[in-house]
Structure formats: C-alpha cells, structure tokens
Design a protein. Structure first.
Length: 279
C-alpha cells in the first residue's frame, strides 16, 4: 500500500478543555495523522497550550463549523504535499486510539467509498432519519452522514470542494455529504472511527429558537438550491410540523424562528444572520 498523507482538521471555539482532550486523542493514535490542524473560529477565550507539532489557523470571526472546516481544508490543499485523506472533527469529539488505522484499512478495501463516517442517515423526502450506530467495520452505504469524525478522500475534495460556507450552522452534514453522493462517490458509515462526542449533531434544538431558525433556513435553502421539488416538500413539511408543535407547547418564539428561517431561505439571506442565543 502506498503511504498516505493524512491531515486531521479540528474546529474549535471557546472550548479549551474538550479541545485538549480531542487533540490528545489524535496524537495518541496507533497511526497518528501526519498533520493536525486546529482551526479556531473566533474564540473569545484563551486557547489551551497545544502539543508540539500541532498547527493552528486563527479565524478572526465565528464562521460556524462548516465554514471553519472549509478554511482548514483549503489551507491544507495549497501545500506542496496536499493530504490524501482529510479527517474532519469537532473539538469535543475525542477518538479511540485505533480509529485512524482501522479507517485506513476500510477505505483501502472499499475504493467506492469517498467519505467514511461513524454515523449515518437515510433520507425521506430529503429529511435525514438517523440510523443506529454501526457495529461492523464493513461500510454501509447511507443517504447522508455526519461529518464530525468522517474521513474524506482528496479526490472527493478536488471534485466536490469543501463544506458550504454560508450556512453558519445546521445541516452542513446533509448538504456536503449529499453533494458528494450526487457526484457518484459512496457515502458510508462504519464502526472504524470510534468517537465519543459530547453531543450528537445539534442536540436540544427545540429548546433554542436561534437553532430552529438556522435549521429551517438551511434545510429549505438546500432544497431550493438543489432544485428538488421532493426535497422542498419534505423540508417545508418538517418545518411546519416543528412550528406547529412549538405553538402547541406555548413556545411562540420558537415557532416565529422557524417561520423567519423559512422566509430568509426564500430571500436567500444566508450567513450568520442571528447571533447564538438570540431570537
């Protein structure tokens, strides 16, 4: 097997302790990545001391998970030795020591897989339905996947680019992995990478109106940009259901956030339009 050049990209913001644990788990791999790049997305707290050899890319503002990943991946692609594999991670997702070694073997045995994740979904009218965590190393092709912990081949990045930069948060995974699948690369989940994230995707969305705004806006905007009537019906139906449940529960601000998100999706008003904790 030709030796691979592998780069881990870790996005962080204001979480020094989890970041330290995740970086340590990368340095302690049985087959460590050749490059560990921490992308700081506008932290307002002090970063922890990073181990020797770990690189740091400082962004002046909070651009969100997907855009920060994109910045890190693009910076790595400009080097003389561009990575053969990109390992994409959030700062609170430490990984077990044998994860990278196992993932390399899975990808070597399955060249049809362009992105290997540890959590995947099926799609129903463009709406992701989470699947149980995989229990086998053998990859299972899925409709979309969570990109925290995923490995992406360089040829996928060359053809499909990096995660979309104007979503700020919510549904970066859906947009990027389905874009990759649309280009003919397999999206698969496997138990190769064992991560222990502090949260799975965007948890407790219902309790945060600002998260509901970005969820509604981005889901509908993705459907509009794909020009998919099926996805548009599915995304609108989902957001109507969420808004109705919020109203029934007396959470008017949440219902209002969903409607505002849908309106901005149609208007094409993207990026970081509302601060976390607002609405």
């Amino acid at each position: 097997m030709v030796p691979l050049h592998i780069a881990a990209v870790v996005v962080t913001r204001n979480r020094p302790e989890p970041l330290s644990g995740t970086v340590a788990s990368l340095m302690n791999q049985t087959r460590p990545p050749d490059v560990v790049l921490v992308v700081d997305s506008g932290s307002t707290t002090e970063l922890p001391e990073l181990p020797p050899g770990v690189e740091l890319l400082l962004l002046s503002d909070n651009v969100g998970f997907g855009a920060a990943l994109a910045a890190g991946m693009e910076s790595l692609r400009t080097r003389d030795q561009s990575p053969d594999l990109f390992w994409l991670l959030d700062d609170d997702s430490p990984v077990d020591a044998g994860s990278l070694e196992a993932a390399i073997k899975v990808l070597a045995d399955h060249p049809e897989v362009g992105l290997l994740a540890n959590r995947g979904t099926t799609l129903r009218l463009g709406v992701p339905q989470h699947l149980p965590a995989p229990t086998s190393l053998s990859p299972v092709i899925v409709g979309s996947a969570l990109i925290d912990g995923a490995l992406v081949r360089s040829e996928v990045v060359e053809r499909c680019g990096t995660p979309r930069t104007d979503l700020f948060m919510m549904h970066e995974d859906l947009e990027y992995t389905t874009r990759i699948a649309h280009e003919g690369f397999g999206i698969a989940m496997s138990s190769a990478v064992v991560s222990r994230p502090a949260h799975l995707g965007s948890s407790d969305v219902g309790a945060n109106a600002w998260r509901l705004y970005y969820q509604s806006r981005n889901h509908i905007r993705i459907a509009l940009d794909r020009r998919s009537p099926i996805w548009l019906v599915g995304s609108v139906a989902r957001e109507v259901k969420i808004a109705a449940a919020a109203l029934a529960g007396g959470r008017r601000s949440s219902a209002r956030a969903v409607v505002l998100g849908a309106t901005d999706a149609v208007r094409g008003r993207m990026g970081r339009t509302h601060e976390p904790g607002s609405l």
